[in-house]
Design a binder for this molecule. Structure first.
Ligand SMILES: [Zn+2]
Length: 100
């Protein structure tokens, strides 16, 4: 995946800390956006796939659920296969055990 300088827009090396074109420091994207893909334990309807994808992509979870239902109807069985693949492939949210 290519990174681009936020100041001048020139492409950067994958682990560059400073832009070679303008010299401004490179801000790592992972620090500004939570891109971890996991299925939350509570905000879920079936398997938490919609909640996981909406968090990862920054989409509204309600909109994503409507799209999921529509594609489940019109793209049968592709959406169902995709959903089950995500259900298996996306790890569940890890919640620290409660302290008694
Ligand atoms: Zn630059």
């Amino acid at each position: 995946m290519n990174q681009f300088c936020s100041t001048c827009g020139k492409p950067l090396l994958p682990d560059a800390r400073f832009c070679p074109a303008c010299g401004s420091p490179v801000v790592p994207m992972v620090a500004t956006a939570n891109r971890t893909l996991f299925r939350p334990l509570y905000d879920r309807r079936i398997g938490g796939v919609c909640a996981a994808l909406s968090r990862a992509w920054g989409w509204d979870v309600g909109l994503l659920r409507i799209l999921a239902v529509l594609s489940a109807i019109f793209l049968f069985p592709l959406a169902e296969i995709f959903y089950i693949a995500c259900w298996i492939g996306i790890p569940e949210e890890v919640v620290p055990p409660p302290i008694y």
